[in-house]
Ligand binder design. Structure first.
Ligand code: DC
Length: 227
């Protein structure tokens, strides 16, 4: 396929709670692209494996991939989200049990191949905005636009708490959440690495609409008629 026939790919990577998914969803909406959050697929596979009742310590790649058989991607606004036997897995994949078990699953190379195949399949048929840890490196080294989002851990923790609590968190709450985040960064199977050709955006002092506008402008310039 020549580059002019190829679909557009915008890849957004960064560490946990850097605002990748909400930014990616917004960018997709602006561009009329489809958004896929690769982290949600790792989470969905983990939730499906939990449903088998086998303790996480005993999971093998074969068991996990068997459980993943019932997962499909279904439309939700501008995103494709994981569904189990057709039902979207929205809340189930964000719980503490999945949080604890997902790094183990994301370390399995067969699972990584499964997730990457699902996302590449979508990108063959549609223009996409994808987000995760390795979208601009391992999965789509040919992406038209690569962005790497970072933010100060304290700010990431604060944003996450505001989103969950729907009020301003206390300093002590932010300190505890910062601690959890730093540990999660360390536990992640794939340490997020910035692609050499990715644009680094530090969002610590940016409004989300500012980072979205920058990425949309970059995408329009890079994609030309394909956008
Ligand atoms: O971004 P998140 O917290 O939803 O990611 C869930 C888990 O999946 C986390 O352990 C990191 C892992 N992950 C990964 O290894 N590679 C990706 N492209 C996306 C997520």
């Amino acid at each position: 396929m020549s580059s002019s026939e190829r679909r557009g790919i915008v890849a957004i990577d960064g560490p946990a709670a850097s605002g990748k998914s909400s930014t990616a969803e917004w960018v997709a909406r602006e561009l009329g692209f489809t958004h896929v959050d690769s982290g949600s697929l790792y989470r969905a596979v983990t939730a499906a494996a939990l449903r088998t009742g086998v303790p996480a310590a005993e999971w093998t790649p074969a068991l996990v991939l068997g459980a993943a058989d019932d997962i499909t991607l279904v439309p939700d606004g501008h995103s494709l989200v994981p569904a189990f036997e057709g039902a979207p897995m929205t809340d189930e994949i964000r719980g503490a049990i999945v949080n604890a078990a997902v790094p183990r699953v994301a370390r399995m190379s067969a699972v990584r191949a499964w997730v990457n195949d699902r996302i590449r399949e979508v990108a063959r048929a549609r223009n996409v905005v994808v987000d995760g840890r390795d979208m601009g490196t391992a999965v789509f080294p040919e992406a038209d636009v690569k962005v790497y989002l970072v933010a100060d851990p304290w700010e990431r923790a604060k944003r996450r708490l505001v989103q969950h609590l729907r009020r301003l968190p206390t300093e002590a709450e932010i300190a505890a959440e910062t601690d959890r985040l730093v540990h999660r960064d360390a536990a992640d199977a794939t340490q997020s690495v910035q692609a050499r050709d990715a644009l680094l955006i530090d969002t610590t002092h940016l409004l989300q609409e500012e980072q979205v506008a920058r990425i949309v402008a970059l995408a329009r310039a890079a994609l030309g008629g394909r956008g």
